[in-house]
Ligand binder design. Structure first.
Ligand SMILES: C[S@@+](CC[C@H](N)C(=O)[O-])C[C@H]1O[C@@H](n2cnc3c(N)ncnc32)[C@H](O)[C@@H]1O
Length: 234
């Protein structure tokens, strides 16, 4: 009987290849199969981050997880896209699934984990998340002492964003894309715009920091975040 392969979900950080952990690097280079996802048919950002470290003799698996689908539609597509990973594991090959940022913080690896971790032995390695990388790239201390930090996905309804922003000390607003204008208007309405900092593609070669009101809403990429740092200065 074939021994099943082991599944590894490894965080590879927000973009700068030097922000991989030593453990992620070791596991990445040791596995016979490396899998990475792309939301579109375009290049996988995760593949680009790990490119300098690939030894060149591994089987590579690209799987697609399209965004903004209805949950039912997403489920059947994700089930199918993950099949090649399951096939390698069933054949006894270890598979490293690399995940941008941290695997369990809105990570694409979670869709693999929920489908395969009961059947295959699984190890997850944390990564440097964009939540940590963006404030550092912006040069702003994020939370002090007993500050409350709230993480908000921009696709949430405006009323929910307002409710949350009114009761927090610091916030990160993610998944901006086409929701940028809604978020910017709310920040003005709540008097938070002067504290809000916009960054896109943090730590990548194409990193950009742009004043909130100078951002072109039509050009906001998926890899963008608004950081509202704490007002505290202890
Ligand atoms: C699906 S979540 C993935 C989060 C990832 N697992 C992490 O730990 O950073 C994608 C969102 O993370 C944020 N993000 C990820 N990488 C980023 C980067 N390099 N610069 C700015 N925002 C980033 C963006 O808000 C993006 O819409």
């Amino acid at each position: 009987m074939t021994t099943k392969g082991r599944l590894y979900g490894i965080g590879i950080g927000p973009g700068d290849p030097e922000l991989l952990t030593l453990k992620a690097l070791r596991l990445l280079q040791a596995a016979p199969v490396v899998a990475y996802q792309s939301a579109t048919d375009k290049e996988s950002i995760a593949r680009k981050i790990i490119a300098p470290y690939l030894p060149g003799n591994q089987i590579e698996v690209l799987y697609h997880l399209p965004r903004a689908l209805e949950p039912e539609q997403a489920k059947s597509i994700y089930d199918k896209e993950i099949e090649p990973i399951a096939a390698h594991l069933a054949a006894g090959r270890d598979v490293v699934v690399v995940c941008e940022g941290d695997p369990f913080f809105y990570g694409s690896f979670m869709y693999v984990f929920t489908r395969l971790s009961e059947e295959y032995e699984t190890e997850v390695v944390p990564g440097v998340s964009s939540l940590m990388a963006c404030p550092v790239a912006l040069g702003v201390p994020f939370t002090y002492y007993n500050d409350i930090l709230t993480v908000l996905p921009a696709p949430l309804p405006a009323e929910e964003l307002i409710t949350q922003l009114l009761t927090t000390d610091a916030a990160a607003i993610m998944k901006l894309g086409r929701h940028f204008t809604k978020v910017r208007d709310i920040l003005h309405q709540l008097g938070l715009a002067s504290r809000a900092l916009y960054i896109e593609r943090a730590t990548m070669a194409q990193q950009r920091i742009v004043p909130l009101d100078e951002v072109d809403p039509a050009e906001v990429p998926y890899f963008a975040m608004i950081v509202i740092p704490s007002k505290s200065r202890l």
